[in-house]
Design a protein around this ligand. Structure first.
Ligand SMILES: CC(=O)[C@@H](O)[C@H](O)COP(=O)(O)O
Ligand SMILES: NCC(=O)COP(=O)(O)O
Length: 245
């Protein structure tokens, strides 16, 4: 069974439209956890376009009321980011090679070029007990997985954005699923855990699950929030969990 971690970036972005405290990021976190989500994911970007530094501390407090659920904090390993996660102590840190100016996360790590950086950062994160996952392009294959393993990471997160973009091209979706499945199998053989995320939806998730077995955690936010605008967060969480189970 793949666990669902709900990404709250989009809720924070809606809140930030006005200088008002609603929609409440912590309130939605409590709602999705009560509905059965295994955890919460956030990506506090340097410009605080959505998740703010204060949200990360507030959500860590919420997670303390839900033993067994996990807090996953994503970001580029800048000194500011590393200082934040050293204070908050999330269960998992997902390292992403994002430039501050990027509109969204749109590629994984070059594990060879960034080997030294990643090894040092992962050692620091392990020092305060975090599990470390590395954002990974779908087509890195065995060589890329071996390089990821060499950094000391615990998991890779399959970047499913290219697959999610195939919503009108079934043939390309099949090719993307083939790449994702090959990289996931290589990761499992190398003793790495496998997470997944970016542009997963109720429409594409079951085909992903069928093609890529053994994914430990899917972090889903944008589409789940869009669904929640129609059916509510509790029902949306239940629908995604049903597909992931
Ligand atoms: C790493 C990833 O794919 C997403 O988790 C990321 O959080 C998306 O960031 P935005 O919500 O800022 O697009
Ligand atoms: N790591 C992926 C994530 O947290 C959410 O991505 P998305 O569902 O908002 O595209």
């Amino acid at each position: 069974m793949t666990l669902l971690s709900v990404n709250l970036n989009a809720v924070a972005q809606l809140r930030n439209r006005r200088d008002l405290p609603w929609p409440s990021v912590t309130g939605i976190a409590r709602l999705v956890l009560a509905a059965g989500a295994a955890g919460i994911t956030v990506h506090p970007r340097p410009d605080e376009r959505h998740i703010r530094r204060t949200d990360v501390f507030d959500l860590a407090e919420v997670l303390r009321d839900y033993p067994g659920r996990e807090f996953n904090v994503e970001g580029y390993p800048s000194e500011d980011f590393l200082a934040l996660v050293a204070e908050v102590h999330p269960h998992q840190v997902t390292l992403v090679p994002d430039d501050p100016s990027q509109a969204t996360s749109d590629h994984g790590w070059d594990f060879v070029a960034h080997a030294e950086l990643l090894r040092g950062v992962i050692g620091r994160l392990h020092g305060h007990g975090a599990r470390v996952s590395l954002f990974t392009d779908p087509d890195v294959g065995e060589a890329g997985v071996a390089a990821a393993k060499a950094t000391g990471a615990d998991r890779i997160e399959l970047f499913t954005g290219p697959y999610g973009a195939c919503f009108s091209d079934p043939a390309r979706a099949e090719r993307e699923l083939g790449s994702l499945a090959a990289t996931a199998a290589a990761a499992a053989a190398a003793g790495l855990g496998v997470n997944a995320g970016h542009d997963l939806t109720l429409a594409n998730l079951s085909a992903f699950q069928a093609a890529v077995p053994g994914v430990a955690e899917a972090s889903i936010g944008h589409a789940l929030t869009a669904d929640a605008l129609i059916m509510g967060f509790a029902e949306a969480v239940r629908r995604y969990i049903a597909v992931l189970s």
